[in-house]
Design a protein around this ligand. Structure first.
Ligand code: CAA
Ligand code: NAD
Length: 300
């Protein structure tokens, strides 16, 4: 980092240190794929207990990866897991993570909270640091509206489960420099993902298409056209999707789905995104996803 602030060009592939802010479902996955690709990672969360849980889940997932790569070679499996984990530092203070080449934010999906964080990062991080968000639905420009380094602001949108899903959407704002864009594309590739470039538009590419699909599945069920099980089977066996729309909604979280749809509705005013009463009702009842066994178990 230090030497780079004196070099005239920020050479590509230069990202060696990454800070992930938010150690929940997505942040822990992003920290894992970064560490297993050889990056030095700082994982930050407000909650120390969350960080302990994140490390545990990263370790378990690294073991799955290691077993696939190294088969029955116990020594290699052990060192892959140990070496990767050793590259991850954790902290409850954002100040401990500001000196990285790349910062990826994966905290709660709330504009004001994200804005506050980005303002602080812009103030504390060195000039060369690229600031990115993993937001599902909030425009990157809005998140970074208060920062100065607009050429080094962008989106890195991962998919759940991060260790398995092979895509990153690289969100290129109008102010992002070509250099930043290329650095992010290269970095994504270096952690084993395929990157696509998306403009900073509502839902980017994938959620813009998944949103209407999920909403229509819910409405189809509400109209009584088919059972949830039959809709799920239909899309798996008839369209080749790995999960049906209800299984997927369960998996990504009903609250997340409701939230993404609401934000897309506010931004586009398109009817397809109009809030679905069934989803609102289930979220209000605290049925949020697979962990507490809702939608897909609730179809009859
Ligand atoms: N960490 C690491 N590895 C995992 C894992 C995890 N959390 N979950 C599964 N795996 C691995 C398994 O070890 C297994 O590996 P092998 O096949 O090499 O042995 C592989 O992934 C498949 O797992 P399973 O056999 O257990 O289960 P599956 O075949 O049903 O696959 C799935 C599970 C990958 C989740 C698959 O069902 C799937 O792709 N579902 C759709 C997921 C999806 O669409 N995600 C995007 C949601 S949208 C989003 O994320 C954006 C947003 O902003 C909300
Ligand atoms: P999560 O609730 O599992 O994790 C968020 C974590 O951020 C929590 O551990 C919380 O303690 C921490 N946090 C909150 N405010 C913080 C702050 N100011 N500083 C440090 N840590 C803070 O959420 P998640 O599902 O991992 O989602 C994180 C982000 O990723 C959201 O923007 C979401 O829209 C996006 N996303 C989610 C999915 C998904 O399928 N869940 C997919 C793609 C993108």
């Amino acid at each position: 980092g230090f030497t780079r602030s004196f070099s005239s060009s920020n050479s590509l592939n230069a990202v060696k240190t990454v800070t992930v802010i938010g150690g929940g479902l997505m942040g822990s996955g992003i920290a894992q794929v970064s560490a297993q690709a050889g990056q030095n990672v700082t994982l930050v969360d407000l909650n120390a207990e969350t960080l302990q849980k994140a490390l545990k889940s990263i370790e378990n997932n690294l073991k799955r990866v290691a077993k696939k790569v190294h088969k029955d070679d116990v020594a290699k499996i052990d060192s892959f897991v140990k070496d990767s984990i050793a590259r991850i530092k954790t902290s409850i203070k954002v100040e401990d993570g500001v000196n990285s080449d790349l910062i990826i934010e994966a905290i709660v999906e709330q504009l004001d909270v994200k804005q506050q964080l980005f303002n602080k990062l812009d103030e504390l991080a060195p000039q060369y640091t690229i600031l990115t968000s993993n937001t599902s639905s909030i425009p990157i420009n809005a998140i970074g509206s208060g920062i100065k380094r607009k050429d080094r602001l962008g989106g890195l949108h991962f998919f759940n489960p991060v260790p398995v899903m092979r895509l990153i959407e690289v969100i290129k704002t109008d102010d992002m420099s070509e250099e930043t864009h290329q650095t992010l594309m290269e970095w994504g590739k270096s952690v084993g993902k395929t990157c696509i470039t998306c403009k900073d538009r509502p839902g980017f590419v994938v959620n813009r298409l998944l949103g209407p699909y999920s909403a229509e599945a819910l409405r189809m069920y509400e109209r009584g056209d088919a059972t949830m099980e039959d809709i799920d089977i239909g899309m798996k066996l008839g369209a080749g999707y790995p999960m049906g729309p209800f299984e997927l909604c369960d998996y990504t979280g009903l609250d997340t789905n409701k939230h993404v749809m609401r934000v897309l509705y506010e931004m586009t005013k398109e009817e397809v995104f109009r809030p679905v009463p069934l989803l609102d009702k289930m979220v209000a009842e605290g049925k949020l996803g697979v962990n507490i066994n809702c939608l897909s178990g609730d179809a009859s």
